[in-house]
Design a protein around this ligand. Structure first.
Ligand code: LLP
Length: 412
């Protein structure tokens, strides 16, 4: 459930009228609901209350500092995948010992940064990375705590670009190489293996792939015990889906219950790395229709948000619900909703029915709180949108709209 609703035909973000926000702060604008973020975090986190666990929000889904701070205040740890994300998490006040660091390409400087901060653990994705972490830790006189990211070869039944736990994907190590990696980790002087990790994909709409992966990991855990490697953490990654259109993903409580059953008596602390399920429906993007135009086969709405602002439809063919900010009684027409960017792939929606739309009107793109702003770019030299957080009646400019000067700030 989220806090974007129509009241007398006008869209509200919590207690604030969205068209007033657009008037004041301009478009395109990302608008987040603080109450929705808190509610989603609490609903997710409490779903695992039968288990010793830590919920680490996946920063890549929404990395705005104020969002991270808000989640940290709710008790969230963070899952980071770069030095930049680690920097943000620490700056937002997240305790270092609640941060896990995943990703296939960690550089020495990033490893050093994480060791200096004292993060909970690295999720290691290759033997070469294990050696690199050991070398950096040795230079610093520190012990690096690690998990191996195990690729369990499970089909998450999601979009190929966001499935990560199959043999053909670049992520983690297959089961046999993982065993070798743990044997090596146990021998390396500056490495301490403390956990097992996997993340099989994103936008999963059923829990069976998670359970299939978990079963493989638990079998693997027995093999680790046989070789006297004792660990304390089981990181199951993120991936729980949300409803963009008609998907009916399981509620976190269903996932929590299934995990609690499978993990009864297993002395491991569970780490979860949800991103989308917390942030996705906690944000919308508002855009203004600049022009309408029609040809014999199509009606176009040309809006002021492009693929640089929200790339998901262009990149994955993703569906985002789009609605008027102020409802009207006009007859329905079919539209392609396209951005101003010079690419045919620049669209927010195709063949979408909406009550006739006029120039200058506002549209809301729903479910834009995850992988929206974080994937935005400056393509076509477009300054990135502002990010606003609504908390009851309060409005926080969580990120100012970029200026033309910002565009060239680092250029000669
Ligand atoms: N942990 C790891 C190691 C991940 O790679 C990811 C997402 C997550 C956690 C969080 O997954 P979530 O709970 O959000 O599904 N840009 C794509 C999604 C890419 C997801 C990448 N990894 C999209 O817009 O759909």
């Amino acid at each position: 459930m989220h806090h974007f609703e129509y009241r007398n035909g006008k869209l509200f973000a919590e207690e604030v009228n969205v068209s007033e926000l657009a008037k004041q702060y301009g478009t395109p604008a990302y608008i987040y609901s603080a109450a929705t973020f808190r509610r989603h975090f609490q609903a997710f986190d409490s779903a695992f209350s039968d288990l010793d666990h830590l919920t680490c929000f996946s920063v890549k889904a929404n990395s705005n500092l104020s969002v991270l701070k808000m989640l940290a205040e709710q008790g969230a740890g963070m899952d980071v995948v770069s030095g930049g994300e680690l920097f943000r998490a620490l700056k937002a006040g997240v305790a270092a010992d609640k941060i896990v660091y995943s990703g296939v390409g960690k550089r020495a400087a990033e490893i050093k940064q994480a060791l200096e901060a004292g993060i909970l653990m690295f999720n290691v994705e290759s033997i070469a990375e294990l050696h690199k972490i050991n070398d950096v830790a040795e230079e610093m006189g520190k012990i690096a705590k690690i998990s191996i990211r195990i690729n369990p070869d499970v089909d998450p039944q999601t979009h190929p670009y966001i499935s990560t736990g199959m043999k053909k994907n670049k992520f983690g190590l297959d089961i046999e190489h993982s065993l070798e990696a743990y044997k090596l980790a146990a021998k390396l002087s500056h490495i301490e293996p403390i956990g097992m990790d996997c993340h099989i994909g994103s936008q999963l709409t059923s829990i069976s792939p998670f359970l299939e992966a978990l079963e493989k990991l638990l079998k693997f855990y027995e093999r680790l015990k046989e070789i006297n490697i004792s660990i304390q953490y089981l990181d199951l990654g993120g991936g729980l889906g949300i409803s963009y259109e008609e998907e009916e993903p399981p509620h976190p409580s269903e996932f929590g219950k299934a995990l609690a059953e499978k993990l009864a008596g297993v002395p491991l602390k569970v780490i979860l790395e949800p991103g989308r399920v917390i942030a996705g429906n906690a944000g919308i993007m508002v855009t203004e229709v600049i022009y309408t135009k029609s040809n014999p086969t199509k009606n176009f709405l040309i809006v002021d948000a492009g693929m640089n602002d929200l790339i998901r439809p262009s990149l994955y063919g993703s569906y985002h619900r789009i609605g008027e900010v102020e409802k009207n009684e006009r007859e329905t027409k079919e539209y392609d909703i396209v951005g101003p960017i010079c690419e045919s792939g620049d669209f927010l929606a195709r063949e979408r029915d909406l009550p006739e739309v006029h120039d200058g009107e506002l549209l809301a793109v729903f479910s834009a709180g995850a992988y929206g702003f974080t994937m935005a770019s400056n393509y076509n030299s477009r300054p990135r949108a502002c990010e606003l957080i609504v908390d009851g009646e309060t409005i926080l400019v969580a990120r100012k709209r970029e200026s033309y000067e910002d565009l060239v700030a680092n250029e000669l």
